[in-house]
Design a protein around this ligand. Structure first.
Ligand code: SAH
Ligand code: SF4
Ligand code: F3S
Length: 470
């Protein structure tokens, strides 16, 4: 053990950097985790690269949410195996292959069986073990699986690396504050792959946020599978903080100008969080007027079968209360069509709900049966062709709403946080308060800043604007 540890190169100037390639699938929590994996591997001499071919260490950070997402992993592994063999044959050194994320958690043993080229498998709560697992890759198969279920261990270890160790990429950053889910919607694998709901202590979140702000981050997106269920230990050590309390403390960090959070569950949308969006004394200015609040279906019957624990009208009423507090708040959502037993009538209810709510953007999916979930065993699975046709109709309506929302911004002046250079000339691309992409000419000197922009035009996927006075 000591020997293998000593064999690791130091991250000093002499050691040639080893190349790390991470491919990320799935949700934003995986994006955050991929960044943190790069952080824990950096002290071992690993620098990230853009292609798998040249990498010494390849990590696939995987998603298990739908069958397609999970199957992609196996085809990608097939390609990696060829690269690995070619490299070895050319005497160009070895390639270590790791599978991380939710597929690793759900089917670790099967991955090892189906693809022997995989050197190690590491579940979403075990990334802090990566350096150790890496040194064991030459050992027995069983030791190559890290699939603990203790998020506190993961975050403790990652925090010990120091918030300062976190690499940043531009003025926006993800910050995971909550993991796991206790809701057990009958279609969903997340409660099984990510474990029970768990919130990071507020002090740890604040420390990480201060580190990010010191590196120029202006906008934080707080992440959690049920982020509005946040109940992390209060800074005082006594009791817990709600998400609104956490956001209020984060908003006081110098440099942090914008706060977003995702994903929220309707049943965890508390009064204090709604008030934080509102105009009263509890308002948090930094909280952006945009909310991702999935409903999945507009049919009470299907919502019950999904075990969503809320009905259609409760969702519509909730949105009315949120909009009463903040009339210009933009909404986004997630929808599933073709859930087992969904009739034309149920689907019409979904379309009707969408017409009532008006979404600024939304994700919609065809139901995908997932092994081990209750819905996968339900009768009356909807034929693919029917589900596909419903998806097309739903998406046409959602795109229409999104385009209308974007077009309605023309003529307004809004604050844009410039994130990166655009494709042409001195163009820069930023985000509006409503998370729309805004393209502005001659603005590349403003990257990292929040600047008022006059919106000229809005299309389906972005807005065009100009600097005031330009
Ligand atoms: N915690 C979040 C997001 C979970 S996964 C929430 O509760 O909304 C993201 C989205 O994937 C879900 O909102 C759902 O719309 C979709 N999804 C989850 N399981 C699915 C399945 N089996 N088939 C199709 N879509 C699914
Ligand atoms: Fe999945 Fe439902 Fe939990 Fe969201 S709330 S992660 S859809 S089980
Ligand atoms: Fe996918 Fe896991 Fe996220 S299943 S959506 S990567 S929580």
């Amino acid at each position: 053990m000591t020997e293998t540890l000593l064999a690791q190169p130091e991250a000093d100037d002499r050691a040639p950097a080893k190349r790390l390639f991470i491919k990320t699938y799935g949700c934003q929590m995986n994006v955050y985790d991929s960044e943190r994996m790069a952080d824990v591997l950096r002290p071992l001499g690993y620098a990230t690269t853009d292609t798998a071919e040249s990498a010494d260490f390849v990590i696939l950070n995987t998603c298990h949410i739908r069958e397609k997402a999970a199957e992609k992993v196996y085809s990608e592994l097939g390609k990696l195996r060829e690269m690995k063999d070619k490299r070895a044959a050319a005497g160009a050194g070895s390639m270590t292959i790791a599978v991380a994320g939710c597929v690793a958690q759900a089917e670790g043993e099967e991955i090892m069986r189906r693809q022997p080229a995989v050197d190690l498998v590491v579940g979403p709560q075990a990334y802090h073990q990566l350096p150790e697992l890496l040194t064991r890759t030459a050992r027995a198969r069983g030791e190559r699986i890290g699939a603990d279920f203790a998020p506190n261990a993961k975050f403790d270890a990652l925090s010990a690396e120091g918030a300062a160790a976190r690499g940043v990429d531009g003025p926006t950053a993800f910050l995971t504050v909550q993991e796991g889910c206790d809701k057990f919607c009958t279609f969903c694998v997340v409660p099984y792959t990510r474990g029970a709901e768990w919130s990071r202590p507020a002090a740890d979140v604040l420390a990480e946020a201060r580190g990010l702000a010191a590196k120029g981050v202006r906008e934080l997106t707080l992440l959690g599978q049920n982020v509005n269920a946040y109940d992390g230990q209060a800074v005082s050590g006594e009791g817990v903080w709600s998400l609104a309390q956490l956001a209020r403390a984060l908003a006081e960090i110098p440099g942090i100008a914008r706060i977003r959070y995702t994903t929220s569950h309707p049943n965890d949308m508390t009064e204090d969080l709604i008030a934080a969006h509102g105009d009263g004394p509890d308002r948090i200015d930094a909280l952006m007027p945009y909310l991702h609040l999935p409903v999945q279906s507009g049919s009470d019957r299907i919502l019950r079968l999904m075990n969503r624990k809320h009905g259609r009208q409760a969702y519509i009423d909730l949105i009315a209360r949120i909009r009463a507090a903040r009339p210009d708040l933009a909404l986004s959502g997630d929808f599933i069509v073709g859930f087992p037993g969904e009739t034309d009538r149920d689907f019409e209810d979904t379309l009707d709900l969408v017409r009532q709510v008006h979404y600024a953007s939304a994700f919609s999916f065809m139901y995908s049966p997932r092994p081990g979930t209750p819905a996968s065993g339900m009768g009356a699975q909807v034929p693919d062709a029917v589900a596909r046709e419903r998806l097309h109709r739903l998406q046409a309506l959602l795109f229409e709403q999104q385009t209308a929302f974007n077009a309605s911004q023309a003529g307004k002046v809004m604050n844009v946080l410039f994130e990166k250079k655009g494709r042409y000339g001195r163009q820069a691309i930023g985000r509006s308060p409503y998370l729309q992409s805004v393209h502005v000419e001659d603005a590349d000197h403003l990257i990292g800043q929040i600047v008022p922009v006059e919106i000229l035009d809005g299309q389906q996927n972005s807005l065009k604007g100009r600097l005031i006075g330009a």
